[in-house]
Design a protein around this ligand. Structure first.
Ligand code: SAM
Length: 345
């Protein structure tokens, strides 16, 4: 496959109303998932009768690649494929191969790893740079209670090992911590991943979507998490790798690796947020907590040129003023938010 250049950008750097550039793009390739994590896609809401998108509503691989190129021309340096569960989208390797033709792109994927052992080598061969794996506990009773489909921990660990073997590194492992569900798993997770060369990151449970019945009391704060680990395995702060890095980095004092905490609730990082999201059906969202998106699929399907698409994205981004997490107090704001599985986690 040839390496193609950027679609030319007609004007200077693209900044929103708060001076934030557009750097990262998350693309949800499917709104479906084979897990029913109780805090994300609870069975009571995402049951047998739930109306997932129809195939024709999904962006095709060609449409996704075209948008990716347009966004790359506007300054995007990193693309993360997500969902839903991206590895349940058929032939995802083909999409990766198409995207890897865009020069200089950091191309990554967030997955529950249920299909990773099978797919890691093919994903790497197609041009995927690295993966982030979600894993909320190391013991089956807790993990199964959270994924709610009885999926065992061992299979996720197998997927992580396969990804490491395939060279999809550095591997990040994300654990969402919800009080009363899995906070007793913080130390076992830290002990397991310490020294294995993977970067474990703890995420504060967020009030995304409208299905999970979020309460501030359910949030185990990043501070609490760092203190818990530090008491057994001393930590020291490490510098951010780059401006806008969402995880606050902490290094083990004995030199055996690092962890990250993503304090999206208690230390909102809106002021550095350079992320846009494209939903499974081609709407552009400028915030994870957005109530509405901007339809790019219609433009694509009505024959808009690359320049017209770029102009529309410029218009949208330059008007962006979102800073939901900085405004939210201890109460979720009662607006109709979009589900994470659709907008892309
Ligand atoms: N299925 C893939 C996976 O499991 O990684 C990708 C999509 S999933 C929505 C992406 C990430 O969002 C997962 O790590 C998940 O734990 C996290 N997530 C979902 N709901 C969340 C919430 N309410 N608060 C914090 N993180 C959440």
């Amino acid at each position: 496959m040839t390496r193609e250049g950027k679609v030319a950008s007609p004007a200077g750097p693209l900044l929103d109303t708060l001076g934030r550039p557009l750097r990262d793009l998350r693309i949800s390739v499917t709104d479906r998932c084979n897990f029913r994590c109780v805090y994300c896609m609870p069975k009571e809401v995402f049951g047998k009768d739930y109306a997932f998108l129809e195939r024709k509503e999904l962006l095709s691989f060609e449409e996704i690649t075209r948008l990716a190129r347009v966004f790359h021309g506007l300054g995007i340096e990193k693309i993360r494929l997500t969902g839903g569960e991206p590895l349940v989208r058929r032939n995802l390797e083909q999409l990766i191969e198409m995207l890897s033709g865009i020069e200089g792109l950091d191309l990554t994927l967030t997955t529950n790893a249920s299909n990773l052992a099978k797919k890691a080598r093919a994903l790497k061969a197609a041009g995927l740079t690295r993966v982030t794996v979600s894993l909320d506990a190391l013991d089956d009773p807790t993990f199964m209670a959270m994924n709610d489909v009885d999926f065992p921990v061992a299979k996720v660990l197998e997927g992580i090992d396969a990804a490491a073997e395939a060279g999809l590194a550095p591997i990040k492992v994300n654990m969402v911590v919800k009080r009363g569900m899995n906070e007793t798993g913080i130390l076992p997770m830290a002990r397991y991943f310490k020294s294995r060369g993977h970067i474990l990151r703890f995420i504060e449970y967020m009030d995304v979507g409208a299905s999970n019945g979020w309460r501030m009391d359910d949030v185990v704060t990043a501070r609490e998490i760092v203190e818990t680990i530090d008491a057994e395995m001393p930590l020291e702060p490490a510098d951010a790798n780059y401006t806008g890095e969402v995880a606050e980095r902490w290094r083990y004092r004995d030199g055996s690796g690092e962890i990250g905490v993503i304090a999206s609730v208690t230390q909102a990082f809106c002021s550095d947020c350079t992320r846009a999201r494209i939903s499974t059906d081609g709407k552009l969202y400028t915030c994870l907590f957005a109530t509405g998106g901007h339809d790019l699929r219609t433009l694509l399907r009505e024959g808009a040129s690359d320049a017209e698409l770029a102009k529309r994205v410029r218009e949208i981004w330059s008007l962006r003023s979102d800073r939901y997490s900085e405004i939210r107090s201890s109460k979720t704001i009662p607006i109709k938010k979009i589900e994470m599985s659709y907008i892309g986690g």
